[in-house]
Design a protein. Structure first.
Length: 428
């Protein structure tokens, strides 16, 4: 294991109140097992992450949305509780964008990667990402940004229905779950596109319409990496999504570390061009011609980042801590073939696709590679988060089922724009 400066603690920051975010738990365990004191901003200290033996202290999010001023006050308060400078690692897009904006006032309290001004917000913005891909000639789905409801209808028809609709700044939707808005929607008719555009003011950002790239086994890929000065990669790898929830289009329920030179070249080229420093998570989809289109750029760890753990235990959050504390980051010793499984979502995906869905991606592994499994929730040395997740998840499922039954029993006078989620369950 690398030599860590264990006198420097870590604060994990997550502003999206999602109790089932297994990426936060993965970071707690990874850093805690290295002997680092781990703090986390979470929705509830009684949630699954708060039960981990490797979490030194949970700091609960206050109720309601957090603008920059109250967030800065909260982080300063937490810094006083910690008592010494700490590495700050945002675990969602909102947190990454806010941390970059507040980097100046937080100087001396927290260690953060020195990013070009506004970079996390730029790459997380879907419209900015589309423009960036055009500049670099990276494959990206054909995209239209309509300026009116009629333009939205015309663009949807021109791209070829159904089309994928995205809000440019999806992190602004946090707290709007009851409005029916989703970060990503499958638009099937011209009228649906027109009505969705009329919700632009409520969404808080521009509407994008993109040509749909059909999903199939082996088409969805991702890249996770940690970068230092000048966009130099400390550790990184490409992986294939083998199961998703929702099926075919959602978050990674089962993924495998598989070398993919084209995905890796695109990721490294993009990071060097931007001068990116820190952790990133990229999503790609292969089209019928074999080109890998960049779909999303997340300026923080992906939920399945522990998939890319080398033989010495190095992963992206450990590499970032080493880099920001001035320690040497050893050259990674790869372990392709590793499998990541998010138990709750893998179960849902398997059940949903057992009879009607497409087959999962081939899980044959890599010849000569490692075949060990990284589980999102269960760990023999830290069992309480798994037990807490299972109980909370089952209770949440019962509550949602009861609400749907009540809703179906009440006649609706109006119907909202149908939202068919293509993206992951609500994150940053």
């Amino acid at each position: 294991m690398p030599s860590f400066d264990t006198d420097v603690p870590v604060l994990l920051l997550r502003l999206d109140p999602n109790p089932f975010h297994h990426g936060t738990l993965g970071a707690v365990r990874s850093l805690g097992r290295a002997g680092i004191e781990v703090h986390a901003v979470v929705e509830s200290a009684r949630g699954p992450v708060g039960r981990s033996r490797y979490l030194h202290r949970a700091h609960e999010l206050p109720a309601g949305p957090l603008t920059d001023a109250p967030l800065l006050a909260l982080l300063r308060e937490i810094s006083e509780r910690i008592g010494r400078p700490a590495v700050l690692i945002p675990m969602d897009d909102r947190g990454a964008i806010a941390a970059a904006r507040l980097a100046g006032p937080l100087l001396g309290r927290f260690l953060l990667p020195a990013q070009p001004a506004g970079l996390p917000e730029r790459v997380a913005d879907k419209a900015e990402l589309a423009q960036l891909c055009r500049e670099l000639e990276l494959p990206h789905p054909a995209t239209a940004i309509p300026g009116s409801a009629q333009q939205a209808a015309d663009a949807a028809a021109g791209l070829g229905l159904p089309v994928v609709a995205k809000w440019s700044r999806p992190w602004l939707l946090t707290g709007l779950a009851d409005t029916g808005l989703r970060s990503t929607t499958l638009v099937r008719t011209r009228d649906d596109a027109r009505r969705l555009y009329e919700l632009t003011e409520r969404a808080g950002s521009a509407l994008l319409l993109q040509r749909q790239l059909p999903g199939a086994p082996d088409t969805d890929w991702f890249f996770h990496g940690c970068f230092t000065r000048g966009g130099s990669c400390l550790i990184g790898g490409s992986g294939r999504k083998e199961r998703a929830w929702p099926p075919r289009t959602g978050l990674t329920a089962v993924g495998r570390w598989l070398p993919n030179p084209e995905v890796e070249r695109s990721a490294l080229r993009l990071a060097r061009h931007l001068g990116y420093r820190g952790i990133l998570d990229l999503d790609f989809r292969r089209d019928a011609h074999g080109r890998y289109h960049l779909l999303d750029f997340n300026p923080r760890p992906g939920a399945q980042f522990r998939l890319f753990t080398d033989q010495s235990g190095l992963d992206v959050v450990r590499a970032l801590h080493l880099d920001l504390t001035g320690r040497t980051v050893p050259a990674p010793r790869g372990a392709p073939g590793r499998l990541f499984r998010a138990e709750n979502y893998a179960l849902l995906s398997a059940v949903a696709t057992a009879f009607t869905g497409p087959p999962a991606s081939r899980s044959t592994g890599v010849r000569g590679g490692h075949r060990d499994v990284e589980r999102a929730w269960f760990a023999a040395d830290d069992p309480l988060p798994f037990l807490a997740m299972t109980g909370s998840w089952l209770r949440s499922g019962v509550r949602k089922g009861a609400r749907r039954m009540r809703a179906n029993a009440v006649p609706h006078l109006t119907r909202p724009v149908p939202a068919h989620p293509l993206g992951t369950p609500r994150q940053p």
